[in-house]
Design a protein around this ligand. Sequence first.
Ligand SMILES: *Cc1c(COP(=O)(O)O)cnc(C)c1O
Length: 378
Amino acid sequence: MKVPLTRPWTDAREHELVGAVIDSGWLTQGPRVTEFEHAIARRVGAGHAVAFTSCTTALHVALLLHGIGPGDEVVVPSYTWIATANVVRMVGATPVFADIDLATFNVTAATIEPRLSSRTRALMPVHQFGMPADMHPIMTLGRERGLTVIEDAACAIGSAYRSQPIGGLGNTTCFSFHPRKVLTTGEGGMLVTDDAELAARARVLINHGASVSDLHKHQAGTVEALLAEEFGEVGYNYRLTNLQAALGLAQLERLDDGLALRIARARRYNDCFAGHRWITPPTEPSYAQSNWQSYAVRISQESPVPRNRVTQRLLDAGVACRPAYMACHLQPVYRDSISINLPNTEAALAEVLILPLYSQMTDEEQDYVVATLNGAFA
Ligand SMILES: *Cc1c(COP(=O)(O)O)cnc(C)c1O
């Protein structure tokens, strides 16, 4: 048997909606994108949503919108995808790495606080593996210190914090629709905020700095609208396409069904690993509802069969899995930060093993993963 780490969940509906866009002749940003933006804003309870080519480009623009630049520091976890730190560098600011809580793999107000300085301008918590960070204390810390909070919610579409969907807590929140996440458009992202002015400026920055969108020009149908276009600042081409938005709309229709299946799979794993001597299954704090973008267990460093050997045995048996994830501060590009002490981040690097989990996973596939993992300790 071969079990993949993940697999996008699609059927005839995706073909239907993407096919309709192809037939319409309007492939790039257009009405489907606007529809997708409105649907995501509604789903996450945010005032405004702006579609992007990726979460990385959305985070880049989020930092620009909040005026973060050279001389500023942004506190981020080290235990995250490299993009969280890279976007801070992209605007000329400095990422400052905070440690995580091992129970959630997320930064907390307590791990962020010692990393604050007079140059800190923003906090960028990550909802790692779809598990919400403990946001209320982080928002309070941000308010007390006058800091912007930008959520890297790349993994967290459909997750909730104290029954509130992720997307309405921070000043600005960015999602990813990469196929490794729960809802996919191939590549894609979304910036959400309650601030209408920020959203309007985001629309300018994703479209080369143009004051008027293509959609508006198309719909207005007047020479005045066509001539009104102005370029007041340097912008980017970070536009999602109609093709991708159609895929996203179909994916959004099945999001709740997909979440229910993922939650059931995660619970089933938890039951299988409860009380295991060497495996610590993930825990969901009372404030959190995860979308289970990833299911990450910890393999004890005391285990007679070390994590890496367990991983190899799973790979050899056809079970796709990933050890460790990554720590930005240990990557050559951030070597300036290599000497900082982040003990929980390093423990996560040594212990984490990400197991297969996806909506269409069968009992047989999951049983095979569990049996292979249990057998790997023999
Ligand atoms: C996937 C991911 C990103 C990058 O998302 P893209 O859409 O691929 O740019 C950023 N941050 C985290 C935490 C991620 O998991």
